[in-house]
Every structure is written in structure tokens, then in C-alpha cells.
Design a protein. Sequence first.
Length: 126
Amino acid sequence: MSWKLDTDRPIFIQLVEILKTDILSGKLSPGDKISTVRDLAQEAAVNPNTMQRAMTELERLGLVYTERTSGRFVTKDEELIRTLKKEQAEIVIKEFIERMNRIGYQNEELPDILKETLKRIERSKE
């Protein structure tokens, strides 16, 4: 996992975001066993209590569950993952639209700009 943490925001929130992104993107698949809190904390170079707090939040969100003797696992609820992924996409899109509006673009201009940009990106990959 990529543990790029900054000091501008609470560490546990960043840990939740990283792990949530790994689950929503499929990097961590439904049913995957998650490393122990101690191992994750060591890997991320954070206090185990901070990692525990992040894991507790992921459990609250339903993305992680604990089996008493086996450890923690990614939820097997693929519908929940799809729903949260869609919600996350909507947040990103809304932020994009607001930023584009602030620099002077109208909403009706955005599809053309996106298409042009996507074409340039695809051409640069060739």
C-alpha cells in the first residue's frame, strides 16, 4: 500500500481514505484477509492505536469485518462496495464541476473539454 501521509490532516482519516480507496478500487478484493493492525501500523509508520482507530471506522462503514479468531477481512458485500464507489465518484465529479465553474467554464462546456482531454491522454499513452 502507498502510505503517503501529510501533517495537514488527521492521520487516522488519511489511513481510512487509503484503505477505503484500496477496497473500492479492487486492490483489496471482497473477502481478502487484512494484515494485522500492528503490521499495518509498522508498514505505515504510525502508532498502532491510530491504525486501530482507522480500522474501527472502516468496520463502522461496513467495509471491514472481524472474525474473532481469524482476523479482519474486506467485506464480501459487493453491492456496498459498488454503492460507496459511486458515491465517491459523485463527490469527485461535483468537486471537478465546482472548480471548473470557478475558473469560468459553464456546465454545458464540460463534456467537450473532458472528451478533448481524454483523447489527448490516450494519444500520449501510444
